[in-house]
Design a protein around this ligand. Structure first.
Ligand code: ADP
Ligand code: MG
Ligand code: ZN
Length: 507
């Protein structure tokens, strides 16, 4: 840690003296085939500067034309968040110089957003059990993404200390929707959990709308975390910092927690919190200062003269409302009934980001209880170990359903099934291929099992004697010996039957 890093006040202590306020800005890249104002493709990972044209490079005289698909998408997002849709609104120019922004302004919306005034209900665990909080949505507006700078030669990947910088304009002009919450006060110590749950819930909604890949690790969903704190009982909220670069749900939670501790230390030392942009640093789990935050007037916003106003008719808005899918919250209420879950069970699924995965696994044929068991057990463990989210694991719901089926058929037991999933995660192929390649089938061949059972009896005459004398409980030790000899591949119930057959049934 650099010497200028202030000490952190421990979280609980900070919360005993300060009241935090949260605000979240989520940017979502739409998955439209073409960019916001030109026909360039939007695919991720192409060679730098191959998906560009005069419009998205901001060449003189090039004129933007609005992407109709993007408009439909933002209206559907607004409706799903309970927003009003503006009957008439315009784009605005947000002027600032940035090397990855070729026009030196960004086409955005300012005081006339397409959607405004919604809310989102978010459920989190509290000391009193699962509880729902309503987060106000200030607005959802349209803008274009910027290009990407790559700073080469420094230790941090940031411009300071870099030897040179490269710019890739492939991303410039990709449709971006910014969804901004109202300030959320009154959450106390639950602020970090709520921030994480909000972004997770919003991501699920966007996924169900099929408007974006919502992949935080690729930047198609990005979150800026605004946090302020003020002494408990103070009349005014504190100055907020806006932390950028937060690219996983876990980091959202950590960044909020860190900022509360850091700001508390600044205030405790008699300082003031600067209103500024900060950067999340995944490695150290800290935030570092960026530019001090511009006020709106610094951007010299004015209506974009090259684009006509947007005026969706009420009929069109209603038509789009008709295309909304069952939203995650409604889906969960339905599943509670259909799967006979307790609210706690459901909360566990939500916390693990497993609802959609379990739904898909059930759709692929697995019973809900089995689907839950594998996603929340073995697979959640694997995700934790690698620090990834469940949905990012290289295993599909169909593969999990197949493993469940193999267990149900008796071809695998749970222990072998775990090894099969391990193989899937290691990229060894489909479950059936792994069973064959690793030789994982349950040994239920009577001849082979019988031999193993006989060997176990011969090797443990004392235990065998006890069982003959009626101490059935001792059978467990012999079952264990057979399982060991067959490297876990025996069908344990069958082994027990065979043992008892040989050693005489109880009176
Ligand atoms: P900017 O253009 O500076 O990013 P926005 O209006 O887009 O401003 O977003 C600011 C975010 O910060 C909103 O989510 C807002 O609710 C939130 N916010 C405003 N005041 C505070 C505060 N005092 N503490 C925490 N969050 C705040
Ligand atoms: Mg903003
Ligand atoms: Zn273009």
């Amino acid at each position: 840690m650099s010497p200028s890093t202030p000490d952190l006040v421990p979280y609980d202590e900070a919360l005993s003296r300060y009241e935090p306020v949260l605000g979240l800005e989520v940017h979502v890249e739409l998955s439209t085939a073409s960019k916001m104002f030109c026909g360039c493709p939007t695919g991720f990972g192409a060679e730098p500067n191959t998906q560009v044209c005069p419009v998205c490079l901001g060449l003189p005289g090039a004129l933007p034309v609005m992407n109709a698909e993007a408009l439909d998408a933002v209206i559907r997002i607004g409706l799903a968040l309970g927003c009003d849709i503006a009957p008439w609104c315009r784009f605005a120019r947000k002027n600032y110089f940035y090397p990855d922004m070729p026009k030196n302004f960004q086409i955005s919306q300012y005081d006339e957003p397409i959607a405004y005034g919604g809310s989102l209900d978010v459920m989190i665990d509290t000391d009193d059990g699962p509880q729902t909080f309503t987060v106000g949505i200030e607005r959802a507006h349209m803008e274009e993404d910027t290009g990407k700078s790559l700073h080469v030669g420094g230790a941090t990947g940031r411009i300071h200390g870099a030897q040179h910088s490269l710019v890739d304009y492939n991303r410039a002009g990709i449709p971006l929707i910014e969804i901004v919450t109202k300030p959320v006060p009154g959450l106390g110590k639950y602020v970090p959990e709520l921030a994480r749950a909000y972004v997770g819930e919003l991501r699920d909604i966007l996924r169900s709308l099929d408007v974006s890949d919502v992949r935080m690790e690729q930047g198609s969903l990005r979150c800026d975390v605004n946090v302020s704190i003020a002494p408990v009982g103070a009349a005014e909220w504190g100055k907020r910092t806006e932390t950028k670069n937060v690219n996983s749900l876990r980091s959202v939670e950590r960044a909020v927690r860190y900022e509360i501790g850091r700001q508390a230390a600044v205030l405790d030392a008699g300082g003031t919190v600067k209103q500024e942009t900060r950067h999340w640093q995944e490695g150290s789990g800290t935030t570092a200062p960026g530019r001090s935050k511009e006020e709106a007037e610094d951007y010299r916003y004015f209506p974009e003269p090259d684009l006509v106003p947007i005026a969706p008719t009420p009929e069109r808005v209603e038509e789009l409302r008709g295309t909304l899918p069952e939203l995650p919250r409604a889906l969960r209420v339905r599943l509670l009934g259909e799967w006979q879950l307790s609210p706690l069970d459901m909360q566990a699924l939500i916390n693990a980001g497993a609802v959609d995965l379990v739904v898909a696994t059930v759709a692929a044929g697995a019973p809900p209880a089995d689907a839950r068991k594998w996603w929340l057990g073995e697979l959640a463990r694997a995700a934790n170990e690698t620090g990834t989210e469940l949905s990012a694991l290289p295993v599909t719901p169909a593969q999990v359903a197949r493993v469940v089926e193999l267990v149900a058929d008796g071809a695998l037991n749970d222990k072998l099934a775990r090894q099969v999933l391990e193989g899937v995660l290691a990229g060894e192929g489909e479950p059936d291929e792994i069973v064959a390649a690793r030789g994982l089938a349950v040994v239920s061949d009577e001849g082979a099992l019988g031999k193993a059972v006989d060997a176990a009896i011969a090797g443990n005459p004392d235990v065998a004697g006890k069982i003959r004398d009626g101490k059935i409980a001792a059978a467990g030790a012999l079952v264990g010996a057979v399982m060991k000899a067959t490297r876990g591949q025996a069908d344990a119930a069958r082994v027990r039957d065979l043992l008892l057959e040989r050693l005489g049934p109880p009176e």
